[in-house]
Design a protein around this ligand. Structure first.
Ligand code: SF4
Ligand code: SF4
Length: 182
């Protein structure tokens, strides 16, 4: 996805990000409608919406080269460009398999082939469920808490690099049980 602005693109009647995204200021989890959303119409507190809502611009709006099929109201997928360069496809839990359908799956795999070797991640989120898209397969990490992290590791194999993905919880400092041993 490019970062070029596409002023000609607009949300229209789409309000999908108000359902699928987590809104920290409102303590709203992924995958449920915001209490202020008016699906298909807009936001009931538009002029007072939180900063993260004001700042958000989905991948469809920000990437004019993406075909119209990626309009979130049609695809049921909200694309998010992560700050570290990865891509997250946040899927409507009401259509949890939308990402597996054409043309979406092939495009997600293509992005995975580009970003994973560059040490970035291609993630599918459906509510709290997280699926890591790798160039050759997907790894379903199941339900994740907001503090959990996705780790993708690369290991050399006889036929090239092999990628794997795992979930890591928040790091905890474990106090030492005893002093230095003599
Ligand atoms: S998902 Fe994208 S197009 Fe839909 S309402 Fe949000 S910003 Fe607009
Ligand atoms: S506050 Fe408004 S813009 Fe933000 S998620 Fe809720 S309905 Fe959407």
């Amino acid at each position: 996805m490019s970062d070029a602005a596409a002023p000609e693109r607009s949300c229209g009647t789409c309000t999908l990000c108000c359902k699928v995204l987590r809104i920290v200021e409102l303590a709203k989890p992924n995958g449920v409608w915001c209490q202020h959303a008016r699906p298909g119409q807009g936001c009931a507190i538009y002029s007072d919406r939180p900063p993260s809502c004001r700042a958000f611009r989905c991948g469809y709006l920000a990437s004019p080269e993406l075909p119209e099929a990626w309009h979130p109201a049609r695809s049921k997928i909200v694309l998010v460009r992560e700050p570290h360069g990865g891509i997250t496809a946040v899927v409507d839990p009401g259509r949890p398999d939308a990402w597996k359908e054409p043309p979406y799956y092939a495009q997600l795999k293509s992005w995975a082939e580009q970003v994973v070797p560059a040490n970035r991640q291609m993630i599918v989120r459906i509510g709290a469920r997280t699926i890591v898209v790798l160039p050759d397969r997907e790894v379903d990490l199941g339900l994740m808490d907001p503090g959990d992290k996705v780790i993708v590791e690369a290991q050399p194999g006889p036929f090239g690099v092999v990628y794997n993905a795992r979930k890591a919880g928040p790091q905890r400092i474990i106090p030492s049980a005893a002093g230095p041993q003599r």
